[in-house]
Design a protein around this ligand. Sequence first.
Ligand code: NAD
Length: 361
Amino acid sequence: MAEASHEQVVYCRDAASGLRAIIAIHDTTLGPALGGTRMWPYRSELEALTDVLRLSEGMTYKAAVTGLNLGGGKAVILGDPTRDKSEALLRAHGRFVDSLGGRYITAEDVGITVADVETMAMETRFVTGVLSAPGGSGDPGPATAFGVYHGIRACATRVWGAPELGGRRVAIQGAGSVGSHLARHLAGEDARLWVSDLDAARARRVADATGAVVVDPEAIFDVEADVFAPCALGAVVNDATIPRLRVRVVAGAANNQLAEDRHGDELARRGILYAPDFVINAGGLINVYLELQGYDPELARSKARGIYDTLLAIFERAEADAIPTHRAAERLAEARIRDVGRAGRIWTPRRGVRPRRFADL
Ligand code: NAD
């Protein structure tokens, strides 16, 4: 992706509640910046800043390539979610979100639960993806898994000529919210599954429900399979893991799967098809986007199914331009932002004329 070029970065501090947070708005060409709040025990402010800059930029690309009218943003709270979280801290964060007047809309992320975002919502209406009551879309995890499942079908079409996954071997890293639902979709189509999780009980639960084989977390990279589906943390495709992969496809939910962009190039060089993470894992974002407009679960499913077509278009573009798939996806996203941004130059009555003093020319 391009060098860091964020529109706005806001440092938030509330001594009374102990809140230290950073909100990053990467780009609002297409709409308000949407992205969850992450709470993590960062070792330094610099580490938190690096994370929020990278994550918010990823959200811009994800929204753009998915056809959503959203920009990219993200927030991080510095602290241990198991120790430092309180109602006051979450409400203070909600007030900072509110102070941006809708330029940034938040949701849940690592360390921040549905209940936490509902607490933030006491202070701001600029939240989404949280309410399971009518009109709310609830946890985005299942929607993300549904989109990843259709994304893997697109990869199958590209590599083997048909989307069916019956008998295909899939190694899933991470049996959390997304990984567990993904396993169920795949098992429903009689795929053969391997699963790993640092939390052995989680992996076991998925295995019991789907017939998956549990493997040690470190051994998941060595499983001889058709698809490797990273559904845990980022940067798992790196110098150390690539030579170990014995798959034709890497396609999963984790954000920032490539340690560096060049690792995507290396997958392509080795003939491994990579489904760019910010494309295949957009099901959750689609879900929360639709919640902003009045949630319709059927529409959400149909839009998440569209990830299949989006990925096939990206694979074709990659072939036509002779570039790796992650670079083709970035090009498509950048083209949409550029072109729609240009259309935004056109004057409309909605914007009105704001008479002010003349500019000094
Ligand atoms: P989660 O916290 O529910 O599950 C992640 C699981 O991965 C946990 O069970 C954890 O124990 C396990 N894990 C961590 N490190 C591991 C390792 N080295 N090996 C094996 N297992 C490991 O998170 P989730 O909501 O399922 O999200 C999974 C990934 O997908 C994350 O990277 C997240 O950023 C990304 N993602 C999630 C959504 C969503 O809607 N939930 C949307 C887009 C992207």
